[in-house]
Design a protein around this ligand. Structure first.
Ligand code: GLU
Length: 314
């Protein structure tokens, strides 16, 4: 039973999980690699509101594993923007750049299970391989975000090339062998999807069947940093005792990967609540490069809280 497995205390953490059964714990987990925009405002406010509505707690987590793009200046601006929004900063604020030992020990567990392999292909090599393959008229499989599935070093490189890279200092990522990982899980993986705002917060969950195979061999440790989004997010949701992961719909499909990692690492299964996205005038999801929807530029142009909330439908 997933429920039984998921409530076990994770070995990677010393934090008690007794609160999981009782008090809901929500989190807003931005990455300070650009300025917060209207989509972040929606996410932060929905989390803070849900915590109040469900008599729980609300925490902030700084997802700064990318130490080249996340800067102290952007982090300072982010805190200013959250203060302007009126989002409470309850302690402790967890910073992922201070948690690398936790990710390393989780990675070691997965390595001990024989589920991790070094992957040497560069993005350009994958792109070239996929383009050449698709010239034959057969589409190469893509993950739910549209990225080509990792083809495997031995499909693209010769044995000698792999040897040469392994013996030199060629950078490599660590990937999860998804087929082997799923082979270790002898029950259908699911998650419980609840509503993200308003009365839907209180409605019963829908059981969603996870489809992790569609992601292929996801990255667990990047070439430039010894972890990845997928690995850190499951470790930290467990370390912070998060019971309710309320985040954008753009991460809905990634939940399948998170459920696999939670299962393999014996971490608790949170409730999931994916919220609507705020789209730009072009109908696309907002990104940090859309300067005109950044909270800072709205604040400077005199947008009030009332106007801001109206724009995000709150
Ligand atoms: N750090 C991610 C982002 O800024 C959010 C991750 C999550 O909520 O799971 O998009």
């Amino acid at each position: 039973m997933i429920g039984t497995v998921s409530r076990k205390r994770p070995a990677a953490s010393n934090q008690p999980f007794s609160s999981f059964m009782t008090e809901p714990v929500f989190r807003f987990a931005p990455s300070p690699n650009g300025h917060l925009h209207l989509g972040h405002a929606l996410s932060a406010l929905l989390n803070a509101r849900a915590a109040v509505a469900l008599h729980g707690r609300f925490l902030v987590r700084i997802e700064d594993i990318d130490q080249t793009r996340c800067t102290p200046d952007l982090e300072r601006d982010m805190f200013e923007d959250l203060a302007w929004l009126g989002v409470p900063l309850n302690e402790p604020v967890l910073r992922q750049s201070e948690a690398f030992p936790h990710y390393r020990s989780a990675l070691e567990k997965l390595q001990d299970l024989g589920l991790v392999y070094p992957a040497y292909l560069t993005r350009a090599e994958i792109k070239r391989f996929v383009a050449a393959f698709e010239e034959k008229g057969i589409p190469w499989p893509r993950d739910p975000d549209g990225a080509p599935l990792y083809p495997g070093d031995d499909v693209v490189l010769s044995e000698a090339e792999i040897q040469e890279r392994a013996q030199s200092d060629a950078p490599f990522a660590l990937r999860l062998d998804m087929t082997a990982a799923l082979g270790r899980i002898d029950e259908p993986l699911t998650w419980q999807e609840f509503g993200a705002e308003g009365p839907a917060l209180f409605e019963p969950a829908k059981t969603i069947a996870a489809d992790a195979a569609s992601w292929g061999d996801v990255v667990l440790a990047r070439k430039d940093t010894p972890t990845s989004y997928h690995l850190s997010v499951v470790i930290d949701d467990a370390r912070q005792g998060i019971t309710d992961v309320l985040r954008g719909q753009d991460l809905y499909a990634a939940t399948s990967v998170h459920r696999v990692l939670q299962h393999l690492l014996n971490l608790p299964e949170p409730r999931y609540r994916h919220h609507r996205l705020i789209l730009g005038d072009d109908g696309r999801k907002l990104s940090k490069s859309n300067q005109d929807t950044s909270l800072r530029s709205l604040k400077v142009s005199g947008v009030t809280h009332v106007e801001l909330r109206r724009r995000i439908g709150l």
